[in-house]
Write a protein that binds this ligand. Sequence first.
Ligand SMILES: *[C@@H]1O[C@H](CO)[C@@H](O)[C@H](O)[C@H]1NC(C)=O
Length: 110
Amino acid sequence: MSHVSAALVILLIYFSVHRFVLTQGNFAQFTVLYFASAKDASKVDTDKFEWSAGINAQTLTNLLVERHPDLGYVLKTSMFAVNMEYMENDSSWTVQPGDEVAIIPPVSGG
Ligand SMILES: *[C@@H]1O[C@H](CO)[C@@H](O)[C@H](O)[C@H]1NC(C)=O
């Protein structure tokens, strides 16, 4: 085996391992940040969730309430921001691996 083909084999192994880490490891997660009353309800600042395809506003709500039942009420009026950008409460978007999803309750007046 020449040095060139040995290097190619090593590169191929490297990329398959790297790909595995990307799809199976920590990168296949997303982070949730809780603010204000959402933080009070969840009792944590942040969470990590396993990412899977097709997590939209509705399925995200279900995931969050499953982990923190007290969040149910807060989520009815909260907004989602993904990577610091407000998102519609509909199925026009899905969570991507590595996303940072913020739960932003309405600012209470008075
Ligand atoms: C988002 O829409 C769902 C379904 O219409 C509704 O149950 C939920 O309260 C809404 N959430 C927000 C934050 O408006």
